[in-house]
Design a protein around this ligand. Sequence first.
Ligand code: BG6
Length: 494
Amino acid sequence: TQAPSAVFFIFGATGDLASRKLFPAIYSLYREGKLAEDFAVIGVARRPRTNEEFRVNVRDSIDEFCRYKVKPDEDWDTFAAHFEYKSLDINNVDGFRELNEQTEALEKKFNIPGNRLFFLALAPELFGSVSINLRDGGMLDAEGWNRLVIEKPFGYDLDSARKLNAEINEVFKEDEIFRIDHYLGKEMVQNIEVIRFGNAFFEPLWNNQHIANVQITLSETVGVEERGGYYDHSGALRDMGQNHMLQMLAMIAMEPPSRLMPEDIHDEKVKVLRSLRPYLTPEEVDNNVVRAQYTNGKSGDKELKGYRDEDKVDPESNTETYFAARVFVDSFRWAGVPFYIRTGKRLPVKTTEIIVEFKRMPTNVYLGQKHHLEPNLLVIRVNPMEGIYVKINAKKPGSDSEIQPLAMEFCQSCMIGINSPEAYERLLEDAAQGDSTYFTRWDEVAAAWSFIDHIDNAWKQHPQDVKTYPAGSWGPDETHKLLEQDGFHWWPVN
Ligand code: BG6
């Protein structure tokens, strides 16, 4: 179904996120007929720019980053006419009043019933004042709905997240706030629910009786690129742990919801996040969490800089670019099952994989060297490859007793013609539809921060204890010990 007709405001319209993700997402939705014909987009940023210049920027971004290309015979101008620009000082409410007039004129032109979606691709420090100026500038007084879509990071810790939330709540109600975690927009993360709750193979086994451990890897080959300023204050735990990693863990560990309604799913996820066993002492943190920073290294023939030599990074920085943790969900279903999570920059491959390792079968029937039985694995490949496979044991053809593990595979991204929508496409569409299922509710954010804050507080007591790993490697040795102490090892990822 088509999203209701609305004006989309992109604050931060001259920034990276807008050009890499948001304009291409809007165009893809348009091409797929998911956007009402009578939509409009207003790009908002400080820099002066004419509507014509802005439309050229939008076109460039679509040409470079969109999975659909503009067709030679397409009427580009008709599409581009839906885009306007407003240069604005976001601290000055008068600009918002002008923006309101511009919006009303556009709403009239395209017959839009006052539905307004505000996407803030801005630094979070600005969310509060923008919300207040939206209200004071009369932007929220139109007839239709108002929705606020905001990017991570949502705060720096639980305290600052609470303050930020209180500021936003002065203007917007929880059901008007859509907090993005773009991992929840990924096709295979959304698929976790169906794999789990739609298959008789898995759900009956989905507990501590049958699952030995779960491993979630989110590895990146990039370094901090041009984001050193932001990243050096954040680090891997905040940048990836508090949000993407814990959200994926929650999708894997949650109980089946009573209905597939957004609130029911949020209720189940928040229960998982509240059940995370907190690490309260520095010893507990040391025993369960490893942090490290990349030093110079190599990828093939390419020399890679160390983190401390990166642009806008403190040359004595102790910020972690990698972390791995052993996490426990203290619930009846998961008691005793470790969840190992790891993420880092400058690792050998770019991949996100979730591996569920099942308990080993009793080996009394198959004793002896030739009968080495590997445990069954369910592997969910999130990106860049999308798919799932199951590792099972079977007889080696032709031999009378040899057993070999083989993979039963479904590769979604290999199938011809399947071109999964980008995360931002799904999320923009869902926000326009008012569906908050794949956004994070405040209590989830808060529970995740509370778990992360304990770790960070312990780290702060010994900032220099960060381990190192050469850029292009799989992280420090300590990360293997986390699993070895439980008799497990990291399964290789693809
Ligand atoms: C972002 C982080 O949330 O996710 C980045 O801030 C990271 O540091 C990015 O590179 C990874 O996303 P994806 O979709 O490319 O795996």
